[in-house]
Design a protein around this ligand. Structure first.
Ligand SMILES: NC(=O)c1ccc[n+]([C@@H]2O[C@H](COP(=O)([O-])OP(=O)(O)OC[C@H]3O[C@@H](n4cnc5c(N)ncnc54)[C@H](O)[C@@H]3O)[C@@H](O)[C@H]2O)c1
Length: 259
């Protein structure tokens, strides 16, 4: 098989949690362009449906929107049942749903801390286990978790300890899962994006205050990334092109963590 053929994902089935907008949508679109059928698994069904339709129209693959709260084990299990009924297999999982808030540790409610952990890291335990049952039977699968450069460095100037902690945990969960499931033919990797322009960060970029200026100043490439700039790594990690890659962290941050 030539190298370009190894990037092809024809007839494979990929789930993207939080895939309705932002980075998830961009990664879903990229793997669909490489040939994979897509499940947009999101708490926002309206936006998920819109994205699924867009992807079907632009790429010709099958795309299905499923409403799921990734912190709810019953909803996660029923999502996997629905997907298995409709597609009969799951090859690729993007654990991507996540939230962030700028709150100082001393001002943070315990319930807020827990909500951030639930969505950003505990959900990855739930969804990986539900999908892992299928992947272990198939003896193959690729799981790609969205961490952040915030799992490696502490952002400045905004206080976001809960987010940083959750994203650090995503990296160790990725490595642990990679080691445990290598024998089942399942690879697990994580991407650590820097500042990207999405719904999550749009209000800050629109405000264009001191904080955003500091973000750009601290980024050697002097700009935020755009979601489409995750397309290449998404297809690489999902596909046979990365067949010897597992337990790895990929920073995509315009050089931020190198400085
Ligand atoms: N934007 C950035 O600069 C940046 C940088 C590094 C990492 N990330 C990470 O990338 C991921 C995506 O971020 P984004 O900027 O695209 O965010 P976004 O807010 O634009 O999109 C997040 C999506 O997740 C969905 N979602 C939220 N809670 C959910 C839940 N409980 N169950 C199911 N779906 C849920 C939302 O409905 C939305 O569609 C997150 O994990 C985020 O932490 C973002």
């Amino acid at each position: 098989m030539g190298i370009m053929d190894k990037f092809k994902l024809d007839n494979q089935v990929a789930i993207v949690t939080g895939g309705a907008i932002g980075l998830g949508k961009a990664m879903a679109t990229a793997v669909a362009e490489a040939g994979a059928n897509i499940i947009i698994a999101d708490i926002n069904l309206e936006a998920a449906n819109k994205t699924a339709k867009e992807i079907e129209t632009s790429t010709g693959v099958k795309a299905l929107a499923v409403k799921v709260d990734v912190t709810n084990d019953e909803e996660v299990d029923s999502m996997v049942t629905t997907i298995m009924e409709k597609f009969g297999r799951i090859d690729i999982l993007f654990n991507n749903a996540g939230i962030g808030q700028h709150i100082k540790i001393e001002d943070m409610e315990y319930s807020t801390w827990n909500r951030i952990m639930d969505i950003n890291i505990n959900s990855m335990f739930l969804v990986s286990n539900a999908v892992g049952k299928v992947m272990r039977k198939q003896k193959r699968g690729s799981i790609i978790n969205t961490s952040s450069m915030s799992g490696i460095i502490v952002n400045s100037p905004q206080p976001q300890a809960a987010y940083n902690t959750s994203k650090g945990a995503v990296i160790m969960f990725t490595k642990s899962l990679a080691v445990e499931w290598a024998e089942h033919g399942i690879r697990v990797n994580t991407i650590a994006p820097g500042y990207m322009k999405t719904e999550l960060t749009r209000p800050y970029f629109e405000e264009n205050g001191d904080m955003v200026q500091k973000w750009v100043e601290l980024t050697p490439m002097k700009r935020p990334g755009v979601p489409e700039e995750l397309g290449g790594i998404a297809v690489y990690l999902a596909s046979e092109a990365s067949s010897f890659v597992t337990g790895s962290v990929f920073t995509i941050d315009g050089g931020y963590t190198a400085l």
